[in-house]
Design a binder for this molecule. Structure first.
Ligand code: DP6
Length: 322
């Protein structure tokens, strides 16, 4: 008898060297290599049950039923799993993030990683982590990285992510400064398509990103935080420069985003090793040493417009609950 129900837990990840743009849109293959850190403090728990009595797929996120595009993205993955497993039944999916999603903090990485793992197992498949990573990548490329703990790479054109180092290789802290959001931001998939189509800086980004990635990777290998931080900041700013030059320009920053960057630079001028990165939203993520995390957290919390500052250690692999 094969399992019809499974529960998986996956952690979110933040790219130190960013992925932005697709080599192949239909297959969702990334145009540039990326390097991420999986975060212990940002977790998604997803339960999938394939059930004979259902007449359609039902998907709940944080207790609220999904519809339209978000539902379609989940259904697309469920369809792939059904065809892999030769299954006809519909599924009930219940997913919960233990971090605030209302704030607009990206949850697709941990969300699709947990869904891929839970859905394949609930369908009776036992796939190796690399295959689950490949399935997650088809829904959201950054999700491929959330199958693995610690430091993870997703190469340009790669079908799956690969673990590079466990978190203990370089025990750092990532702080997530949550900023109030004004209007709804453009989603990553849409934003990167617009950038690729219209930004004159997109070719420059694709040409330069591999070099910044290599610098970040070498610095991480050498456990050199200043060099890693420098490469991480350049990766984020270069990615945002390519977005800003799109038509219409994609501006994800809020006033507090810039105030946080200024605060991080002040901290650094005062001798605190702290480095920022920013994704497709106004929040600012800051990398520092464990012994500096508390001081950096209070410094960031004082910045006007900041609603909360989460602190995270490196997180583990995605897992199935027994
Ligand atoms: C800025 O993985 O959300 O967070 O593959 O289209 O789903 P899709 O995009 P997504 O993009 C993440 C972009 C980023 C940088 C990163 O995580 O590398």
């Amino acid at each position: 008898m094969t399992a019809t129900k499974a529960v998986a837990v996956a952690h979110s990840n933040i790219a130190l060297a960013k992925y932005w743009g697709k080599k192949d849109e239909a297959e969702n293959l990334p145009a540039v290599p990326s390097l991420s850190l999986t975060l212990a403090a940002l977790r998604t728990r997803t339960e999938v049950a394939f059930d004979d009595s259902l007449e359609r797929d039902v998907v709940l996120l944080g207790g609220a039923e999904l519809s339209e595009r978000p539902l379609e993205r989940v259904r697309d993955m469920l369809d792939k799993v059904r065809s892999l497993a030769g299954l006809q039944r519909f599924a009930r999916v219940e997913s919960q993030n233990d971090f605030p999603t209302a704030s607009g903090l990206a949850s697709s990485a941990s969300g699709f990683a947990a869904l891929a793992l839970a859905a394949t197992r609930a369908a009776g498949l036992e796939l190796p982590p690399a295959a689950v990573s490949a399935l997650a990548r088809e829904s959201s490329a950054s999700a491929a990285r959330s199958l693995f703990g610690g430091y993870v790479v997703l190469d340009a054109g790669a079908r799956r992510a690969e673990p590079l180092f466990s978190g203990s290789h370089f025990d750092l802290r990532m702080l997530v400064a949550l900023v109030t959001r004004g209007e709804k931001a453009t989603g990553s998939s849409e934003g990167m398509k617009l950038t690729a189509r219209t930004s004159p800086y997109y070719p420059a980004w694709v040409a330069e990103a591999p070099r910044v990635y290599e610098r970040a990777r070498a610095a991480l290998t050498a456990r050199d935080l200043p060099a890693l931080g420098e490469a991480m900041e350049q990766s984020a700013l270069m990615m945002h420069a390519s977005m800003l030059a799109a038509r219409p320009g994609l501006l994800y920053f809020a006033p507090a985003t810039l105030a946080l960057i200024a605060r991080v630079k002040e901290l650094r001028a005062g001798g605190v090793p702290a480095y920022f990165t920013i994704d497709a939203g106004p929040h600012v993520k800051v990398l520092t040493l464990p012994e500096r995390a508390a001081a950096v957290q209070s410094a960031l919390a004082e910045v006007p417009g900041v609603v909360d500052v989460l602190v995270s250690a490196p997180g583990p692999d995605a897992t199935l609950e027994p």
